[in-house]
Design a protein around this ligand. Structure first.
Ligand code: NDP
Length: 285
């Protein structure tokens, strides 16, 4: 397969020390293992160059198969995967990373994240030391975390030699995470929005549909453009080719400061996913 060129208007941003990522990527959570290869191949074909998976999604092998089938040079695509809660710890992290690389068929990752803080296990220090070793060896270009709350980030940053490059968090118009975003800006940790469309729910808000109509765009494009203009990395999931194209096509759209503020005003603290303060090792292996 010969992939078409990367989407030309898509912004890129830098995370960590010099790791350049397309600001909009494809998330593959809940895409079944037998479908993921086809979806990722289509995504690459329409211009995606950034894929977000996780060991816990049980679909890394399909992502790897799609990357190989695309024929893309390795340095043209950014690949993120995540460490499962049950693999936190020093040796287990090193093993888990090797297993993920094996399933992906890659010799290095662009971004490797601790999937959940899982504070009850108390394994961050040794897990992060293993992340730092993987980074130092060049097995992982940038290391980061996911679902970390302000207190988790502060604690990690107190002992880390290499600070996390990103914190991937649930973030969408009705759950805008203002305090955490401000702290991440202060600590120099890039914001990566997951469930950026509120798993589709935020697209039906009357304020979003009205803006979409006014701009001649779709609700998803309005919401994704809001993330991009805030400077967030954003990883919407879809299995539909048309929506892959639609979601990527936000480079030419511009929201005015007033339009951005009207979306900011939709924040209700409405979390859809699990609570990072309590989500524990027993719930994701
Ligand atoms: P999203 O906010 O990306 O929403 C996905 C839903 O929106 C799907 O039902 C999809 O349906 C629909 N959708 C996508 N595009 C459009 C469109 N243009 N118009 C209308 N509906 C649309 O939620 P996710 O929870 O999937 O988050 C995205 C990614 O974030 C995940 O795939 C994963 O990579 C990451 N993530 C990370 C987590 C973590 O703990 N670190 C937790 C959760 C997610 P359809 O597929 O039918 O198009």
């Amino acid at each position: 397969m010969t992939a078409s060129p990367a989407a030309p208007l898509l912004d890129r941003t830098t995370v960590g020390p010099g790791v350049d990522v397309p600001q909009l990527g494809l998330g593959v959570f809940q895409i079944p293992p037998d479908q993921v290869q086809g979806v990722v191949e289509q995504a690459i074909d329409v211009g995606y160059r950034h894929i977000d998976t996780a060991a816990a999604y049980i679909n890394e092998s399909g992502v790897g198969a799609a990357l190989r089938a695309s024929g893309l040079p390795r340095d043209e695509v950014v690949v993120t995967t995540k460490l499962r809660n049950g693999d936190q710890g020093y040796d287990s992290t090193l093993r888990a990373c090797a297993d993920s690389l094996d399933r992906l068929g890659l010799d290095h990752l662009d971004l490797y994240l601790i999937h959940w803080p899982n504070p009850e296990a108390g394994l961050w220090p040794e897990t992060w030391r293993a992340f730092e070793r993987l980074h130092e060896e060049g097995t992982v270009r940038a290391i980061g975390v996911s679902n970390f709350l302000p207190e988790h980030l502060r604690e990690l940053c107190r002992t880390a030699s290499v600070p996390p490059a990103v914190n991937q968090i649930e973030l969408h118009p009705t759950h805008a995470r203002g305090d955490l975003v401000a702290l991440q800006a202060e600590l120099g940790i890039a914001v990566e929005s997951y469930s950026p469309l509120g798993q589709g729910a935020d697209l039906a808000l009357p304020e979003i549909t009205a803006l979409a109509e006014e701009l001649g765009a779709t609700p998803a494009q309005v919401v994704l453009r809001w993330h991009v203009q805030h400077g967030y990395v954003v990883i919407p999931k879809t299995t539909s080719r048309d929506r892959l194209v639609e979601n990527l096509d936000v480079g030419a759209l511009t929201l005015t400061p007033e339009q951005m503020a009207s979306i900011d005003a939709l924040d209700r603290g409405h979390r859809i996913g699990n609570d990072p303060a309590t989500f524990s090792i027993s719930q994701i292996r």
